[in-house]
Design a binder for this molecule. Structure first.
Ligand SMILES: [Zn+2]
Length: 166
């Protein structure tokens, strides 16, 4: 049975051999201890320097994450904004009715008007085309006016260029 020093690897016949002051003060043991200590502190230093790098890497990946989240949020906001821009084109029922009445007044009874002429009227300058289009289609649906193809840059429903009030 032999007893081994965990530091320098020396073997002893007696159990207290590795811990005897004679061995602990020996050059072999001291040398091994210093070597081990140095290598330990080196590993520690290396660990420190590599962990010193990590926070920077972490900051960069966190920044990258934040940047991606920002992009996501901005895209959401843009979507919401474009949706609310669209919803500003939607009218209440009474707004639609009022617009229908305005259009009816402009088209002379038994006569016709082109969509372009209608749009050029002062009272419709601020009205989105979508809204005017809806009102015209509602008037046609209600058989209050008729729509036909005709010479007009703006066309309702893609083909109606002239409006007739019979
Ligand atoms: Zn030893």
């Amino acid at each position: 049975m032999s007893y081994r020093c965990q530091i320098c690897g020396s073997t002893f016949k007696k159990p207290d051999g590795p811990t005897s002051s004679r061995h602990i003060n020996s050059n072999k043991h001291k040398g091994a201890l210093i070597k081990k200590g140095t290598s330990t502190s080196l590993t520690r230093e290396r660990r420190i320097s590599s962990s010193a790098k990590q926070p920077t890497d972490m900051i960069f990946s966190r920044l990258e994450n934040l940047e991606n989240q920002m992009k996501f949020v901005i895209s959401k906001i843009t979507k919401i904004e474009s949706n609310s821009a669209q919803s500003s084109l939607t009218m209440t029922y009474s707004e639609l009715e009022r617009l229908e009445q305005q259009i009816l007044k402009i088209i002379p009874r038994g006569d016709s008007i082109s969509v372009d002429e209608l749009l050029s009227k002062r009272q419709f300058k601020q009205t989105p085309f979508n809204n005017i289009e809806k009102a015209i289609l509602a008037l046609i649906d209600g058989q209050k006016i008729e729509g036909t193809e005709g010479k007009s840059k703006f066309k309702v429903d893609g083909y109606i260029g002239r409006l007739i009030q019979p």
